[in-house]
Design a protein around this ligand. Structure first.
Ligand code: GLA
Length: 392
């Protein structure tokens, strides 16, 4: 965790909201990378995310009234809302996320006091590392801790997911919010998005490093492409269910059922559903490989996942494809794929520990030759569950 950013957030809070009154408290929630399971969470599939040491800090102080004030080092604007008459998400800018947590908590029966909140992150927004989930989980943590509301980790994840889908309006699955709320250092989270059961897979961290590869393009989830993929693939499910009525989500669909429904599907629906069915099978296989430390075989599933995301789900970009190709071309790379929603953002590579520098030089040089600009390529460490940060 980058404590210098935590200190800047604290300082920023004092500049904007004054240092008087009770001291502000500082909290941190992790972003995530997803090792495997692209666009399957909202189809009930299993995913394998890892909480990382980059995320979002929030400095928070409870108010005597019912106003929610929010500022951020990363987004423009100073927001000031009345919790008794909250605006809708479209009118709230980045503050739709913390406001969504408050509104959702109150819908569930809580009665909140107002809050002053200052945010600052070490995950670039739109980079595919779940900055929005980290804002939501950091806010939920700050409210739980400063207002004495019991929010066990699973509830925190569910609350953050409800806020993002129902209030902000992104039809995402539960992966990002759960990864941030339930993260454990040194482990991947095995999350079954159909029944929300979860478990942890210990990672062979003495043998591997995660490298983030930033394509230097940002995407905006609320901007439509994401929700369009949700529509296309749920459209496919509706048609498949005519011949496979027992399937409640795409995760339930077998290859044979998909094949049987092929004639009913448009080309786009067929590709989207084929990605999901194949990706679910890959994640199932990957869990045992990862637990056994079979990194080469695990990495090859990452490569298949990238190709499927590229050709079937069509969420990759030229730059992400180049980052993938350059990565797997390096002899010490086990595997690489786009991580997060795609449409820009980051790729993730798993490389042999000790080879980070030569890997970085190889990718940066190849990318610069092709696109004329340097991608940010750097190792990324483990995060964990959300926490209060007293030493920043
Ligand atoms: C975004 C969404 C997640 C998930 C991924 C793609 O990060 O928020 O729910 O669907 O994209 O795997």
């Amino acid at each position: 965790m980058d404590l210098a950013t935590g200190r800047r957030v604290r300082q920023f809070f004092r500049e904007r909201f004054g240092g008087g009154g009770p001291p502000e408290r500082l909290f941190f929630a992790s972003g995530r990378v997803n090792l495997l399971g692209a666009h399957v969470d909202y189809h009930g599939g299993p995913v394998l995310p890892v909480a990382v040491d980059r995320g979002v800090f929030v400095a928070a102080r409870v108010r005597a009234d019912r106003r929610l004030r929010a500022v951020s080092l990363d987004f423009p604007g100073a927001h000031d809302f009345d919790l008794d008459a909250p605006p809708n998400a479209a009118a709230a800018g980045f503050a739709a996320y913390p406001l969504g947590i408050c509104v959702t908590l109150e819908e569930g029966g809580a009665r909140l006091r107002g809050l002053d909140l200052a945010f600052g992150g070490t995950v670039p927004p739109g980079a595919g590392m779940s900055s929005s989930a980290a804002i939501l989980v950091a806010t939920a943590t700050a409210i739980a801790e400063t207002q004495g509301i019991a929010l066990p980790p699973l509830e925190r994840g569910r609350l953050a997911h409800r806020a993002e889908t129902r209030f902000v309006g992104v039809r995402c699955g539960i992966m990002d919010q759960f990864a941030s709320a339930l993260g454990r250092a040194g482990h991947a989270l095995w999350l079954d998005c159909k029944d929300q059961s979860h478990d942890y897979v210990a990672l062979p961290s003495e043998r591997m490093s995660f490298m983030m590869l930033d394509s230097m393009t940002r995407r905006e989830l609320a901007g439509g492409s994401f929700n369009r993929r949700v529509d296309e693939s749920t459209g496919a499910l509706a048609k498949i269910r005519r011949t496979a009525p027992g399937a409640t989500c795409l995760r339930d669909v077998t290859s044979a059922q998909l094949e049987a429904a092929r004639g009913d599907l448009t080309d786009v629906e067929w590709k989207r559903a084929r990605h999901v069915v194949g990706e679910v099978a890959r994640v199932q296989r990957a869990r045992a490989l990862l637990a056994a430390g079979e990194l080469l075989e695990f990495g090859s599933l990452m490569g298949q996942s990238h190709q499927s995301s590229r050709h079937l789900y069509e969420v990759s970009t030229d730059r992400l494809d180049a980052l993938h190709e350059l990565s797997v071309d390096h002899p010490d790379c086990y595997g690489a794929r786009l991580t997060g929603a795609g449409f820009g953002g980051c790729a993730l590579a798993v490389v042999r520990r000790g080879c980070e520098e030569s890997f970085q030089a190889h990718v940066v040089e190849g990318f610069a030759r092709r696109f004329g600009l340097s991608p940010a390529v750097h190792p990324i460490g483990f995060g964990g569950a959300p926490l209060e940060v007293a030493d920043a």
